[in-house]
Design a protein around this ligand. Structure first.
Ligand code: SAH
Ligand code: SF4
Ligand code: F3S
Length: 465
């Protein structure tokens, strides 16, 4: 019998990937994804623990879901199995079980391949099933093949976990130790995605460029080598990877940015702060100049490369001079876009115990100043595209009538009036308009198909609607 499954996902792209794989694990049990929790046979909250209020959000969501669960039971429509997954489950599993008796299953990011057993147990038992171990086996060896097409643009997890232990961050605790999937397994999954219609793959990892694996020749491969291998897959037009750590940008990966045409000229490379004193306190193990040098090396091989980053303001002990160094670094590097956060003390992390916490108003003011600088850089970056014709991969229907949404090589959202037949294709679009967070344009001509030999023009396909 068909059952309905609603998954709500918070947090990073890895969580989005995990949610899709949970649906794959549950598909053979008869669960089919739906868009609303009302009346669903199973609801999974896939949670994020990275900044404060994460747990509170989960508990308030659980309050709402308890009502839906009761309504379903009272109406005689069976039981709603309620689950909390992801990084809050990993960090606070026992508290969830204690505080929210309506929850049937609590499991962390490394155990969702055992969902069939957990569901069987939860169906029999009345208490909650808690599964937040870090199992010795890799979930990737037990996950079924993707049951649904993952769309034009898909995520593929290649690396997980983190051994870097930045002093502000919960990820090493919630995701566990660094782990790289075997190259052959990744290539197989990529081929299946492409066979299912995917044209762009984003390789995911908490430290994706720390990925390493054994190649068929017995040598150890790094991410650059893996990307070259994936570029051989016919029909895979675009490759991206995220998130990188500056310390793991090796020469081969940098060279791949010059040599692999499918590797997109856009890189998310977080630095967090511009002051060496703060970087040391964060345990980043690199200086601001180390980061500048990595950026210089990347731009030397590919001047077209656009950068994105993550920044934390108000880390404990951050002075005005430290913050000025962050602004200086942002000015020096020049970002196409970036994510900015106020430092948020996380339970169990060393920085949370520091006595020198920065006042909330100071964090607010620094965040506003940094955001203003980055917004100006982003606006200038986007404005530079007006009048240019660029290849856009259309990935979904746009919000306005007759429009499609696509992505530029530099990750910008591009909207253009276009026939739905162009979904999944890379099309030349002339950019007419730059908005703060997106571009607007007109489809001009034919299609670009990228092959391992590079980009080549194919005969025109009637485009404009
Ligand atoms: N290595 C992963 C980290 C994921 S967390 C990655 O780089 O994607 C994503 C970002 O959240 C980090 O880069 C950092 O800027 C921010 N972040 C992590 N912990 C934080 C905290 N305690 N307070 C504020 N921001 C934080
Ligand atoms: Fe967190 Fe640092 Fe690891 Fe990124 S590198 S996941 S910020 S500990
Ligand atoms: Fe959040 Fe966990 Fe990702 S804490 S950012 S969902 S790794």
């Amino acid at each position: 019998m068909s059952k309905t499954l609603f998954i709500k996902t918070w947090g990073c792209q890895m969580n989005v990937y995990d949610s899709a794989r949970m649906a794959d694990v549950l598909a053979p049990l008869g669960y089919r994804p739906v868009e609303e929790p009302d009346g669903a046979d199973m609801v999974i909250l896939n949670t994020c623990h990275i900044r404060e209020k994460a747990a509170e959000k989960v508990f308030s969501e659980l309050g709402r879901l308890r009502i839906l669960k009761d309504e379903k039971a009272t109406a005689g429509n069976g039981r709603m199995i309620l689950a909390v997954a992801g990084c809050v489950a990993q960090a606070e599993g026992e508290e969830i079980v204690a505080r929210a008796p309506q929850v049937d299953m609590v499991f962390g990011p490394q155990t969702y391949h055992t969902l069939p057993e957990m569901v069987a147990k939860a169906t029999r038992a009345t208490g909650s099933v808690l599964n937040t171990d870090f199992p010795a086996e890799s979930k990737f060896d037990h996950l079924p093949e993707e049951s649904n097409s993952q769309g034009v643009s898909a995520f593929l997890a290649v690396q997980e976990g983190c051994d870097k232990f930045c002093t502000f961050c919960v990820v090493p605790y919630t995701r566990g130790a660094e782990f790289s999937r075997p190259a052959a397994q990744i290539v197989l999954e990529a081929k299946r995605l492409v066979a299912g219609g995917t044209r762009e793959i984003s390789l995911l990892g908490q430290n994706v460029n720390a990925w390493h694996g054994d190649g068929p020749d017995g040598s150890t491969w790094g991410l650059g080598r893996l990307i070259r291998e994936l570029a051989e897959i016919d029909g895979l037009a675009r490759i991206r990877y995220t998130t990188s750590h500056p310390r793991d940008m090796d020469d081969d990966l940098i060279r791949a940015h010059a040599e692999v045409p499918q590797l997109m000229p856009y890189l998310h490379l977080p630095v967090q702060a511009g002051s060496d004193r703060i970087l040391a306190a964060m345990n980043r193990k690199h200086t601001a100049d180390d980061y500048r040098r990595v950026v210089d090396r990347l731009r030397a091989v590919n001047p077209d490369l656009a950068l994105s980053g993550d920044f934390i303001v108000g880390f404990p002990g951050e002075s005005d001079a430290d913050f000025a160094a962050t602004l200086k670094l942002v000015s020096d590097v020049g970002y196409a876009q970036a994510y900015t956060f106020k430092y948020s003390p996380r339970p169990g992390t060393p920085a949370a115990l520091e006595g020198s916490q920065v006042a909330e108003e100071v964090k607010e003011a620094r965040l506003a100043a940094l955001q203003q600088l980055i917004a100006a850089q982003q606006a200038a970056f986007n404005h530079g595209f007006v009048g240019r014709t660029i290849p856009v991969l259309f990935d979904r229907v746009g919000r306005r009538d007759g429009q499609l949404h696509g992505r530029s090589p530099w990750m910008q959202s591009v909207h253009a009036v276009a026939d739905e037949r162009l979904l999944g294709r890379i099309v030349e679009v002339r950019i007419d308009e730059a908005r703060p967070n997106s571009l607007g344009g007109t489809v001009v001509t034919g299609e670009h198909i990228s092959t391992p030999q590079g980009m080549r023009r194919v005969p025109s396909l009637e485009a404009s609607a």
